[in-house]
Design a protein around this ligand. Structure first.
Ligand code: PBG
Length: 318
């Protein structure tokens, strides 16, 4: 390779057109999924303060928001539910008339073109806030599987196109796959016990009342283990492998991308969104530029698509 002065890499940075021609990574509306939080009531919109992209909405307001998203060109949403009542088992997760199930039916008819994904987990529905049922103070893996299968099945019955198990129990993809042979499964395969879930837990009211999630979510220090999680989930029938969070785990996204040929997703989580929002509100950086840079970085690391609270803004920005 020639070196300076023959080689001058600045030559291709001299105009928007040249920069666009040689751009290696692109972000498009096809790459983003918007998370939405359904709650009981009517006319309810309760944002986490300062984070308008993260809000609880009653079913009618979800329909309104989803209609706007679809009109802007957002193609898929990920649904979470905050039930009226919680119990030890999290039975609200699989009720035929539960909050997510009602939302799915409403969206199915009111916003027919939108792809509907659901987060499959018990933590928003259990009184203790853990992602599975407790037995002797521990989250009981195998007893939880059946409840996750019920939940995923009830989502599909109500109109979900895709299910995304986020509980991190061992064997849950196999269990759901057996019950739902035709439904795409996006596995939260490498989901870390992260401190970046704060605003989410506020809106979803899912902070564990005792203990934490380190007994089932991954240690942030590990990447080889993430690849084992991914291999297992693929083997069990997952269609897409997800890494979560995204920005502090770009190396994990890259490692998963290099090892596996299936689609890879990433979850740009609530705390990552909140950091940029707070810095922008304080005047330290430009939200749009910082958000687009973050999302392109997630794509560059190897994610095919991502879950992000900026999905609606991306539709306006691009
Ligand atoms: C449910 C779940 C969580 C998130 C997605 N699914 C919270 C958690 O694991 O505690 C976090 C998403 C975010 O922070 O944006 N288990």
């Amino acid at each position: 390779m020639n070196s300076f002065p023959v080689t001058r890499l600045r030559r291709l940075r001299r105009s928007d057109t040249l920069r666009a021609l040689v751009r290696e990574t692109r972000l498009s509306l096809d790459d983003v999924v918007m998370p939405l939080f359904a709650c009981p009531g009517e006319g309810v919109v309760l944002p986490v303060e300062g984070l308008d992209g993260i809000a609880r909405r009653s079913v009618d307001e979800i329909v309104r928001e989803a209609t706007e998203l679809a009109a802007l060109g957002v193609r898929a949403v990920l649904l979470f539910g905050i039930p009226e009542e919680k119990d030890e088992e999290g039975s609200g997760a699989w009720e035929a008339d539960g909050i997510v199930q009602r939302t799915l039916r409403a969206l199915r008819t009111e916003v027919p073109g939108l792809t509907l994904m659901t987060d499959v987990c018990l933590c928003e529905y259990t009184s203790h806030g853990h992602c599975g049922v407790l037995s002797d103070g521990e989250v009981a893996n195998d007893e939880t599987l059946e409840l996750l299968v019920r939940t995923a099945s009830s989502h599909v019955e109500a109109g979900a196109d895709v299910v995304a198990p986020s509980d991190m129990m061992d064997g849950r993809v196999a269990a759901i796959r057996e019950a739902l042979p035709h439904t795409p499964i996006i596995a939260y395969a490498a989901k870390y016990a992260s401190s970046f879930y704060g605003p989410f837990r506020e809106v979803a009211d899912s902070t564990p009342s005792v203990g934490d999630r380190r007994g089932y979510q991954m240690d942030p220090a590990n990447v080889r283990e993430a690849l084992r999680e991914c291999a297992l989930d693929l083997d069990e029938g997952a269609d897409v492998l997800m890494v979560k969070p995204a920005l502090a785990y770009l190396d994990v996204i890259r490692a998963v991308r290099e090892r596996f040929d299936c689609p890879v997703a990433a979850y740009n989580v609530s705390g990552e969104y909140a950091m940029v929002k707070a810095a922008a509100a304080a005047g330290h950086l430009d939200e749009r530029a910082a958000a687009l840079e973050s999302l392109v970085a997630i794509r560059r690391a190897g994610a095919d698509f991502m879950f992000t609270y900026w999905a609606k803004d991306v539709a306006r920005w691009l």
